[in-house]
Design a protein around this ligand. Structure first.
Ligand SMILES: [Zn+2]
Length: 345
């Protein structure tokens, strides 16, 4: 795995992260999955979206029960990628599901806890290595004792760093024994709210033969649970700030509507325009806000499919525009347009 800078500006850059023969463009995002599937979308429908990220995000928490090690093992030597039909993607395996609340106080000296619908599951080094052997992810976050920044004592934070380093050493040793060369292991920087411990964690981790991931950075995209709920996100008609070549900096004003907001919802009941005027996603090309509103009101599954298609399309385009604006040396301009339109609230 190696990273090449493609274009560098004062405060940002674009680059390519090469993983084997595949590449991840940065800044970018990964596809969030639950039990190996993008929520609400089938594999075929997913592939209709343009500019899909090249990486998919799996987590131990969301895959340990389904599909699980035993089911995946039946597809001999092919790993979770083939099992899930995600062969063309780079797979990244984290320990915790970033959309789920992290429960504190359940990690132990020799294991890390993840919570699934079936209850608490303890993962030790041997189980984790078995998952790597069977799943064969391209990149995996190492087993780590993560603690939240709130209400942590210095002693507990120090213990979290120590445990994480021990997990890392044990995993590296086991991976060497089993010749797991195809998996790129990411060492995790812990340290929570303690700067001193974060520095110690970074220094110690960087001395091991691994790539380093700071908690909450790297390939981790934290999707809020709200984003996965039925929700109508739309922008007013696009304001083309300036058309250059094939792309334009777009006004990404964002307004959202929730099922429980009846006053706002009634606005959409007779609205025959697409979710976003000018959007090229399947939902906007073929359906109207009124139809999506009706589907939500009647709790049709198609509502979440159409909204996920649109929202994912917008998300992919957003990162594509960020990269393009950096390449063109116009990132500050793009940032101003986004800030002015209250996209980031
Ligand atoms: Zn759309």
């Amino acid at each position: 795995m190696n990273f090449t800078v493609r274009k560098k500006l004062a405060k940002c850059r674009t680059g390519i992260l090469k993983v084997g023969i595949k590449e991840i463009e940065t800044p970018g995002c990964s596809l969030y999955t639950r039990s190996g599937a993008v929520p609400h979308l089938t594999s075929d429908v997913l592939r209709t979206i343009a500019d899909l990220p090249s990486a998919v995000h799996l987590s131990v928490q969301a895959t340990i029960d389904h599909p699980g090690v035993e089911s995946t093992r039946k597809v001999r030597d092919c790993g979770i990628k083939k099992f899930l039909g995600l062969e063309e993607f780079i797979t990244y395996l984290s320990i915790q599901d970033p959309t789920q609340e992290l429960r504190e106080g359940y990690n132990e000296q020799k294991c890390v806890s993840v919570f699934t619908p079936g209850g608490r599951r303890k993962i030790d080094v041997n189980q984790f290595i078995t998952m790597l052997e069977v799943f064969q992810p391209d990149i995996a976050e190492c087993l780590c004792d993560t603690v939240l920044a709130s209400k942590q004592t210095e002693k507990r934070i120090r213990k979290s760093v120590d445990r994480t380093l021990i997990f890392l050493d044990q995993c590296l040793e086991e991976m060497a024994k089993k010749a797991l060369d195809s998996c790129n292991l990411l060492g995790v920087i812990e340290g929570s709210s303690s700067e001193k411990e974060r520095i110690r964690s970074a220094r110690e981790t960087s001395q091991r033969p691994v790539a380093v991931a700071e908690r909450g950075c790297a390939l981790n995209i934290n999707l809020s649970r709200k984003r996965l709920k039925p929700e109508l996100n739309y922008s007013p008609p696009l304001q083309q700030e300036e058309e250059t070549e094939n792309k334009s900096l777009r006004d990404n004003r964002n307004h959202s509507w929730h099922e429980d907001e009846e006053d706002k919802g009634s606005v959409f009941s007779c609205d025959l325009s697409p979710i976003v005027n000018g959007c090229t996603c399947y939902s906007c090309r073929n359906h109207t806000r009124a139809y999506v509103h009706h589907l939500l009101q009647t709790k049709e599954m198609l509502a979440t499919v159409l909204l996920m298609l649109h929202n994912l399309h917008e998300y992919c385009q957003f990162f594509s525009h960020i990269r393009w604006s950096i390449e063109q040396g116009r990132f500050e301009e793009f940032k101003e347009i986004v800030a002015r339109s209250n996209f980031v609230s």
